[in-house]
Design a protein around this ligand. Structure first.
Ligand code: ADP
Ligand code: ZN
Length: 730
């Protein structure tokens, strides 16, 4: 493993520190993570930490919080402590760091004492850069003792909302963490979270005793997640259709009940889909098995209750379905936030119905909570419903919920992409209202619709509803469309549902205006997606090439993940594998220029990856002209020990072409022994001539100056060597 040089900045004048610090930041970013630029706020946050200041960071899931404390930890002398509440997340981060060549350890109660002893020795050696610890351990006497023997440079509080009772995941163990802050007054603290409204943010600072923290709040907007909501009509069919379109991409279907997860998973399995279910009622072993299979991409999707997802750090979840409506927008947003963590696009489909609403409301009614708490829950449910049934930009509804207000539409939610068509709904509204009134406001929605549509079912006949003047006046409108219209009328305040009286529909003050005055009513037709099996798109050769190569890389990754006992994405995220397929690098230099490939990973996996890509490119050579495949074949034969002449003969090309391939490969950093084909003396003569031309690269200008003459191909080889020396300053 590479040894890093750790720089000390403290003793340097400030401006110099800054320049060096900046260069070092970028160097480490590429070396360890393989990235070339920082995301919004990351760079400033890192600077703040390096300056010894406290910070409070609010950044959405997938925004790139980990880098904000991991990178400065690598730039400072000593060890950074990271307090994290979820052991699964902790292990994933530690594994990912270790694979990138960073010394990181986890310290929590699931680790046997013998192992902890070893970790302590490692810590005392001073080489560990990041020490992850669970909050209950962090508060222990033993840990305080251990800390006092280490050189600590930073404390990180991850998932910091857990410290606040206002947050949605309060953990008593977090409360005592301020003691660390008090004990280490001179060490910077950084607190990070993805979910905290304004009240919670202030509370975090206060509870942790942060000292004048620099405050970084990123927008909650996740513009890679395409949100869509549909009425829960023909729901199973819609789900099946949606999942089929996702091909083999990972996803989660959230259900309200345990039973539902099992039932739905069974039904989808029957159609040949690769899924399973998960809920808190299963034994620990089964839960772990399902979760692991999902993380390793062995199961495509999981039908789950919201218990699933907390401990999951899977970056390539591409879609989320809410089979039923969640109870509030916080939960909804957190659940859809589990998709697209790698920043690539994801789809979130929400189904909603009055039945869900009624059920959720019933839960609150039946709960033994205090009235004030219930009031808040009702209000949250109301907002959830408004969001689900909205015809305006959904992103803006969520943003305003979290305190971000703007009027310009997002452009990527369903309502923005396919704006609903509004039509005059006055007659429809009048029909519904007059039928309601003629039934003395004594009927719930489904019964009213049956009356409007002229059904002769028993309940209608028994109550003489078929004798009403309005019986059957809405035959021309389908049952589903009636439901959608009435829902809209309720949302517009023209009709009301009486939850205290069997969900019967009642008039409101606005009803009169619709019936007797000229109140304008607009409605939107239900646009159910068409259930057509999409013809598979004819893929271009390039797309087929990339898809197959990606498949090969994924196979390799899963194999490696099994050997190392870590989740696949910890080795490389999908995004990185996709970057590789797109560039199909053939040399180490090409591979290092791929976003997400750092020096350590190159060292460890470069040969494997290049072998896969090269092998594949060669296989495809006849099918598809791939740039570079011709010198690659030369390279393959060269590595088998073939002489240039033999390679030329085998390939029916000029031997000079073979030499130019070898010169090119050499210049790309491949191990080619060019000195076998051109002598040191010749190189010296060529160098003199080359310098005389003012280092031109035109072979003829150099050749003109050579006496006795030297073959062109040798000039080319010599130039490759000379230019390489030039570059490396030799
Ligand atoms: P969070 O903890 O905020 O949910 P992560 O730290 O897990 O987010 O980062 C999410 C993804 O974004 C990871 O795959 C990470 O490697 C990637 N990422 C973070 N910073 C950058 C960057 N500067 N450039 C490219 N990718 C980044
Ligand atoms: Zn929108």
């Amino acid at each position: 493993m590479t040894n890093f040089v750790w720089y000390y900045f403290v003793y340097l004048p400030h401006h110099k520190v800054f320049i060096m610090q900046d260069a070092e930041k970028y160097r480490i970013l590429k070396e360890i993570w393989g990235y070339t630029s920082f995301r919004l706020h990351q760079s400033e946050i890192i600077d703040g930490v390096l300056d010894g200041k406290d910070s409070l960071v609010i950044m959405p899931t997938g925004g790139g919080k980990s880098l904000c404390f991991q990178l400065p930890a690598l730039l400072m002398d000593g060890t950074a402590v990271v307090i994290s509440p979820l052991i699964a997340l902790m292990n994933d981060q530690v594994n990912a760091l270790q694979l990138s060549g960073v010394q990181a350890v986890a310290y929590h109660s699931n680790i046997p004492q013998s192992e902890l002893n070893k970790i302590e020795i490692q810590l005392l050696s001073g080489k560990v850069k990041l020490l992850y610890v669970s909050p209950e351990r962090a508060n222990s006497y033993e840990f305080a003792q251990l800390l006092s023997r280490l050189k600590i440079n930073l404390f990180t509080i991850d998932e910091a909302h857990c410290v606040s009772v206002w947050g949605n995941d309060f953990r008593p163990d977090y409360i005592a963490l301020h003691k660390l802050r008090d004990a280490y007054a001179h060490i910077p603290f950084i607190a990070l979270t993805a979910t905290a409204d304004a009240a919670t943010q202030a509370d975090i600072s206060q509870q942790l005793h942060l000292s004048q923290p620099r405050h970084f709040v990123s927008s909650f907007e996740r513009n890679n997640i395409h949100v869509e909501a549909r009425p829960a009509e023909q729901r199973f069919r819609q789900v099946k259709d949606f999942v089929l379109r996702q091909q083999d991409k990972s996803g989660i279907i959230y259900c309200l009940s345990r039973k539902e997860t099992e039932r739905l998973s069974g039904k989808l399995k029957d159609t040949g889909m690769n899924c399973d279910f998960y809920h808190a009622g299963m034994d620990a072993e089964s839960r772990q098995r399902v979760q692991k299979a999902f993380q390793d991409d062995e199961i495509q999707f999981i039908c789950a209750t919201i218990a699933f997802g907390m401990g999951i750090d899977k970056a390539n979840i591409r879609w989320i379905i809410h089979y039923s409506m969640p109870k509030n927008l916080e939960g909804y947003y957190q659940e859809i936030g589990r998709s697209g963590r790698d920043g690539q696009s994801a789809e979130a489909l929400l189904f909603y119905s009055w039945a869900d609403y009624a059920l959720l409301k019933q839960f609150i009614d039946d709960s033994s909570a205090e009235e004030t708490f219930k009031t808040v829950q009702y209000a949250k449910l109301e907002r959830m419903w408004e969001f689900a049934s909205a015809y305006e930009c959904r992103t803006n509804i969520v943003l305003s919920y979290f305190g971000e207000y703007r009027t310009s539409p997002c452009g990527y939610c369903d309502n923005c992409r396919q704006p609903p068509k509004h039509k005059d709904g006055k007659t429809i509204a009048q029909k519904a209202l007059s039928a309601m009134i003629r039934c003395n406001e004594e009927v719930p929605m489904n019964l009213l619709i049956d009356i409007l549509r002229g059904s002769h079912r028993e309940e209608i006949i028994r109550n003489n509803y078929d004798k009403l003047k309005t019986f059957g006046v809405g035959r021309d409108i389908s049952f589903i469309n009636w439901k959608v219209y009435i829902t809209q009328l309720i949302n517009q305040g023209i009709i009301r549902i009486d939850y205290t009286d069997g969900f019967k529909l009642k008039t409101t003050p606005l009803s009169k205006d619709v019936l007797f005055n000229d109140k304008v009513v607009t409605l939107v037709d239900l646009a159910l997606p068409k259930f057509e099996v999409e013809q598979p798109r004819k893929q271009s050769k390039k797309a087929v090439f990339e898809e197959n190569l990606l498949g090969k890389l994924k196979e390799w990754r899963i194999q490696l993940a099994r050997e190392k006992g870590v989740p696949a994405f910890v080795i490389f995220t999908d995004k990185v594998l996709e970057n590789i397929t797109e560039k199909h690098p053939l040399t180490s230099a090409d591979l290092l220029s791929v976003e997400g490939i750092g020096n350590i990973k190159l060292e460890q996996y470069g040969d494997d990856i290049l072998a896969i890509v090269r092998g594949y490119v060669l296989d495809q050579d006849n099918l598809l002209k791939v740039k570079g495949s011709t010198y690659l074949e030369t390279f393959r034969l060269y590595n088998m020990g073939w002489a240039p002449e033999a390679i030329a003969k085998e390939r029916s090309i000029q031997v000079t072409t073979v030499f130019s391939h070898l010169a090119y490969l050499y210049s790309k950093g491949e191990k080619i022994d060019l000195l076998r084909y051109v002598t040191e003396d010749e190189i010296r003569d060529i160098e003199i001539a080359w310098k005389k031309t003012g280092k031109q690269t035109q072979l003829s200008s150099i050749s003109d100056l050579l006496n006795p003459p030297i073959d062109y191909y040798k000039i080319r080889l010599a130039l490759a060597i000379l230019m390489q020396n030039d570059l490396s300053g030799g």
